[in-house]
Design a protein around this ligand. Structure first.
Ligand code: GLC
Length: 555
């Protein structure tokens, strides 16, 4: 690769940041975040080092699933502003060096969408075929995605006189995406938002969206991606596919990765939490070793936390119990029998070393990092909010009442703020901007080093021997250079004798390693030929850049 390739396949080295306009910043003080508020905080995001915003659904919606129940694909929920405000955000973001992607939620609509209202009203409606209908419930119906809320995926609609399918809540009828008429409508929606200047989509619930096994469904995904690329040269699709690696691969596309551009790495995410619970890097090492190779244009999205439950559905029952016991001992901290409704810092008892180690890992793992708003300052959840809403509290900007999110009375806020030790009084952007050693400054540094190290996004991964089960040592190498990273999952320090032989490096030959994050000043020792000694503190982390004698990189 050439360094200039990074601006072409931009997503491979992007720093993504997911936020919900509703909970980000309320500019008119009505208690609900808005696009104007977001526009005023684009500088915070640019300063952090974000290069691509992922906006959670902001479309008109009855709001029964945090906006993932859409009643109009072509608008903005009036509580957040209007389309003009949206375009202003996109334009201003671009000026600050940030692209914007939006959620594409087309597995289902809200039952309030005009298509469904028409469809249920008459079997003769031309929208009837937009949804999936049956006269009875099949004996072998699949489990609903919210198994403790919905009995199955078929519900009876009195008005329609038939059962309709819903993979998620019963107020979210599944679209019949095998119908050409539906596909044409989806293409129009995509075309609309691209025309407004966005650079792609986070695609919701992809395995449900193309659920049949006949292969024709992949043609649909391929066609969507082709359409995105034709309408917007740099357009991309980042898909939500929570499946084992071998089942994720087809969603990148068999033909040179021409379906989803990126997928979230749910496998490594779940392995990360098992590794943290055990204080043993093994599970994460194994996941990374098992990662399938990707085509040149594809990428993994690495994340620590997202807006949903922290799902542990790919772990075994025993493994899940280990993670539950370590990080969600209370039943109220769990959901759907498979996930945790907490953010990372409270799970780690606020231990700054451990929190930083985790984000250092996220930024140094091959792929592109995806932050969830508030992670940059270590926000916690509000345990009094039931379900996934616990992690969807308003962004904490200042220590004022309302957390600088809004001046509306507390009762009018769209969601309650975090409380106690995690309240805005203690955790907020304003304070951390002024502290040189804050988490905010730390994450900003990670983003800067990530952007300056394209080998993380483009390079080959080599897992190195560290000599300790608790220490993950890995290297990423491309023609731009090599970065070695070491992460300690245990609370006490370790002396790590890194074997660099697999990298073909001869340290005696003018090759040096330099500490990038600059947390330690003392140079580490080349302890023996091809080996390198690194002193790691408890929950410590290091990024080491390999400098060859003819190195031109700036360090
Ligand atoms: C995805 C979203 C989740 C939503 C579901 C149904 O899993 O991430 O928030 O509830 O789809 O749209």
């Amino acid at each position: 690769m050439r360094v200039t390739d990074t601006s072409d396949l931009w997503w491979k080295t992007a720093v993504f940041y997911n936020l919900d306009v509703e909970t980000y910043l309320d500019w008119n003080d009505d208690g609900v975040g808005d696009l104007e508020g977001l526009a005023h905080r684009l500088d915070h995001l640019a300063e952090l080092g974000v290069t691509c915003l992922w906006l959670a659904p902001f479309y008109p919606s009855p709001q029964r699933d945090n906006g993932y129940d859409i009643s109009d694909y072509y608008g903005v929920d009036p509580r957040y502003g209007h389309l003009g405000d949206f375009v202003e955000v996109v334009r201003t973001a671009r000026d600050r060096g940030m692209r914007v992607i939006v959620d594409l939620v087309v597995n289902h609509t809200s039952d309030q969408h005009p298509w469904f209202r028409a469809a249920r009203s008459s079997p003769d409606s031309r929208f009837r075929e937009f949804y999936q209908w049956r006269d009875d419930v099949p004996a072998d119906q699949p489990a609903n995605m919210f198994p403790d809320v919905e009995d199955g995926v078929w519900s009876y609609d009195d008005e329609a006189g038939q059962y309709y399918r819903h993979s998620f809540y019963s107020h979210q009828p599944d679209l019949a995406t095998d119908r050409q008429a539906v596909r044409d409508e989806i293409a129009k929606v995509i075309g609309f938002w691209l025309q407004l200047g966005i650079d792609g989509f986070r695609v919701d619930a992809v395995p449900h969206l193309i659920a049949t096994d006949d292969g024709a469904e992949h043609e649909f995904l391929q066609a969507l991606r082709g359409y995105v690329s034709r309408r917007s040269g740099g357009g991309m699709m980042l898909g939500e596919v929570n499946l084992p690696y071998d089942e994720m691969v087809p969603f990148f596309g068999a033909d040179d990765g021409d379906e989803l551009t990126m997928q979230f790495d749910f496998v490594a995410n779940q392995a990360l939490y098992l590794a943290l619970a055990r204080q043993d890097a093994g599970p994460l090492r194994a996941a990374l070793a098992a990662r399938p190779a990707l085509a040149r244009g594809n990428q993994w999205g690495n994340f620590v936390r997202n807006h949903d439950e922290l799902t542990l559905d790919q772990l075994s029952d025993d493994e899940r119990d280990e993670v539950f016991e370590a990080f969600a001992p209370l039943e109220s901290q769990r959901i759907h029998g498979r996930g945790i409704v907490r953010r990372l810092p409270p799970m780690l008892d606020g231990d700054p070393r451990r929190i930083r180690m985790v984000y250092s890992l996220m930024f140094s793992t091959p792929g592109a990092p995806v932050l969830f708003y508030g992670e940059e300052i270590g926000m916690g959840e509000n345990p009094a909010v039931r379900g996934r809403g616990a992690v969807r509290t308003p962004m904490q900007w200042t220590d004022e009442a309302g957390g600088g999110f809004s001046r509306a009375p507390a009762d009018d806020l769209t969601a309650p703020l975090a409380v106690e030790g995690w309240a805005p009084e203690h955790v907020n952007v304003s304070r951390q901007r002024h502290e040189t050693d804050s988490l905010l400054r730390f994450v900003q540094g990670l983003a800067r080093h990530y952007r300056a190290s394209p080998e993380i996004g483009w390079g080959e991964l080599t897992l190195l021997e560290s000599g300790h089960d608790c220490v993950l040592a890995h290297a990423v190498s491309s023609s731009t250079g090599t970065l070695v990273a070491v992460h300690n999952f245990a609370p006490d320090g370790r002396s790590v004798d890194l074997d660099l032989a697999p990298l073909g490096l001869d340290l005696g030959d003018g090759v040096r390693l330099t500490d990038l994050l600059g947390e330690r000043t003392s140079p580490d020792e080349a302890s023996a030929a091809g080996r390198h000694r690194v002193e790691l503190e408890g929950y410590g982390h290091r990024w080491l850049r390999v400098l060859r004698p003819d190195e031109k990189r700036l360090v």
